[in-house]
Design a binder for this molecule. Structure first.
Ligand SMILES: [Zn+2]
Length: 247
C-alpha cells in the first residue's frame, strides 16, 4: 500500500516541504512544523493557515522530526492507517502521552479508525486530522501534563470505550483484529466473547486494579456488553489467538 497519491505528493510538497517520502512511497520522514488551535467550547480543532483568519481556541505551534510508516503490509491484519513515530530518542513516548509500547502513536480508538476508513484513506486527512492533533496534544501535554480534550483509557479499556461510543456491526471485525494485534489481553477477551454466558459486571477489570469492572471502568464495561451482544448478533468469527501479528 502506498502512503499517498501523486496529487497528494504535490500537496505535501507545498504544505509540509520538509516531509519527504521514500522511493517506494511506503515511508515519509522529516520535519513537520504546524500551528493549530483547539477550541474547548466548541470542541473544534483547526489548522492555522497562512493568509487566513486565526482559528478560535488556544493556538500552539510545534516542530517535530517524524516518521510515517505503512504497516499494512507488515502485519497480517490491514492496519490501514500508517503508523506515526516521533524521531527523537529523548522524547517521552509513554502511555500517558498515548504511545504504544513500540513507540508508535495511538491516534484514535479502533471504532473511530473504522468510521474514518469507511470513507476511504486520504493522506491529507490522515496527516491533518489525526497526526497534527496528536502532535498538538504533545505540545499541550508539555505545558499542562494532560490532554486538551477527553481521552479514552489505554489498551483494551480504550478499545471498549471506543466501541461503546462509535462501534457498530460494521466496525466489529476491525475492533476484534485490533484487539488481537494490539493487546496481550486477547486470549482473555476471546474467552469472554466466545462464552455462552453473558459477561457479568463483577468480573475483574482489565486494568491493573482488577476490581469489579462495572465500578472500576464503567464505560469499558458498557462497551464490553455491547461488543458481546454484537458478536452474537452478527455471528462474526473471532480470530484465533495465534493469528496475531503483534503491534
Ligand atoms: Zn479498571
Amino acid at each position: 500500500m502506498v502512503l499517498l497519491t501523486h496529487a497528494e505528493l504535490d500537496w505535501l510538497r507545498a504544505a509540509y516541504p520538509k516531509l519527504v517520502p521514500n522511493d517506494h512511497n511506503t515511508e515519509i520522514r522529516g520535519e513537520i512544523t504546524f500551528r493549530a488551535a483547539y477550541d474547548v467550547a466548541s470542541a473544534v480543532f483547526s489548522i492555522a493557515r497562512p493568509h487566513a483568519a486565526e482559528p478560535p481556541g488556544l493556538i500552539l505551534s510545534g516542530t517535530y522530526d517524524i516518521l510515517i510508516k505503512d504497516v499494512a503490509t507488515m502485519e497480517k491484519v490491514r492496519w490501514l492507517f500508517p503508523r506515526l513515530y516521533i524521531q527523537d530518542d529523548a522524547f517521552p513516548c509513554c502511555a500517558e502521552r498515548h504511545f504504544y509500547v513500540g513507540k508508535g502513536a495511538c491516534l484514535c480508538g479502533p471504532s473511530e479508525e473504522a468510521a474514518l476508513l469507511k470513507q476511504g484513506y486520504f493522506f491529507q486527512q490522515y496527516l491533518e486530522e489525526l497526526c497534527i492533533p496528536f502532535l498538538y496534544g504533545q505540545r499541550y501535554y508539555d505545558i499542562h501534563a494532560q490532554w486538551p480534550w477527553p481521552q479514552y483509557d489505554h489498551d483494551t479499556l480504550g478499545a471498549l470505550e471506543s466501541y461503546l461510543a462509535r462501534g457498530n456491526l460494521e466496525s466489529i471485525q476491525f475492533t476484534l483484529w485490533w484487539s488481537l494485534n494490539a493487546y496481550a489481553t486477547w486470549p482473555w477477551m476471546r474467552a469472554i466473547l466466545s462464552s455462552k454466558k453473558r459477561p457479568k459486571g463483577h468480573m475483574p477489570c482489565f486494568c491493573e486494579k482488577g476490581a469489579p469492572i462495572r465500578n472500576c471502568h464503567p464505560e469499558a464495561w458498557e462497551g464490553l456488553k455491547k461488543l458481546y451482544a454484537d458478536v452474537r448478533a452478527s455471528g462474526v468469527e473471532l480470530p484465533s489467538v495465534d493469528q496475531g501479528g503483534g503491534a
